[in-house]
Design a binder for this molecule. Sequence first.
Ligand code: SAM
Ligand code: SF4
Length: 328
Amino acid sequence: MLHDKLGREIHDLRISVTDRCNFSCVYCKSADPKNYVPHRDLLTWEEFLRLSRVLVGLGIRKIRVTGGEPLLREGVVDFITRLRDIKGLEDVALTTNGYLLPEMARDLAAAGSPRVTVSLDSTNPEKFTKITRTLRSYEKVMAGIDAALDAGLRPVKVNIVLVRGFNDDEIVDFARLARRRDIVVRFIEFMPLDADHAWKRELVVTAKEIVHAIQPVFSLEEIARHSPSETALRYRFTDGQGEIGIIAPVSIPFCGQCSRIRITADGKLRTCLFSLNEHDVRHLVRNGATDHHIARFMENVVHQKEPSHRINEPDFVQPSRTMVYIGG
Ligand code: SAM
Ligand code: SF4
């Protein structure tokens, strides 16, 4: 098992397969990004697969494919199929903005990717445009969620990043969606990883506020997590009709149970979303390092994983890389 100096077991890997995205969500990407990584600096599918195999050999059990927008990168479905062939890897999941799901859901189902998370921050088309800073994308994303359900991908999760003043008036609408459709709705607290540096504590809608907004309309009860490292607090509707999750890294940090590491599209190993240092594995991969050498390097890096994200400390520093580059 991979573990760090605090004894946390590391079994989840998130791979950001591209830093490109067709949306510019206010809480994530700049409306005018100027610093895309050149194509030659992005890891190839073969390089991602090699690192994945080495990490599965060290104890990684679950890989989430993310970005940027992962479905934009040609070859991603084949990559997912090949990830699923890695012996010892138990779970492959995908996080997407859903825009390309109408065209790709069937291929993803055929690739055996059963777990898809779609970001959907408003059920109102105009607000959706404002948040994602794209035109006419709401209908495509809704069609994408339908396509995922029709293709038999399960569970389909929907992530909502709540930003006060943008979409916090829709909490109950999203709870209704969780009750009406075969969808797991998960609210996420806004984290200081946005390119616009607009994050302020006052913009964070906390887990407590979310429960308080829903409870008077639909009665909720908390349910046990599947595993200690699960990020979401889970609640079921007491009438048995569905459940919601709340991911509350700001108001209820879960760093003590963190089991995650990340590889960025340009081959940097990150031990925390909020790491201020990254570790270059691309250099090793492209300069003749053996699998053994890469494995020892990654073990050493993981050992030094940060104890906590420090968002709530007075001297917190936002990392220079933003969510679209790191991979959420
Ligand atoms: N483009 C895909 C998408 O939007 O689902 C995958 C990449 S996106 C960076 C992954 C997740 O990070 C999404 O669910 C997104 O809502 C979330 N995210 C992005 N910026 C965030 C922030 N500042 N705070 C909290 N979550 C954020
Ligand atoms: Fe793109 Fe996803 Fe970031 Fe929105 S949250 S800008 S869809 S990477």
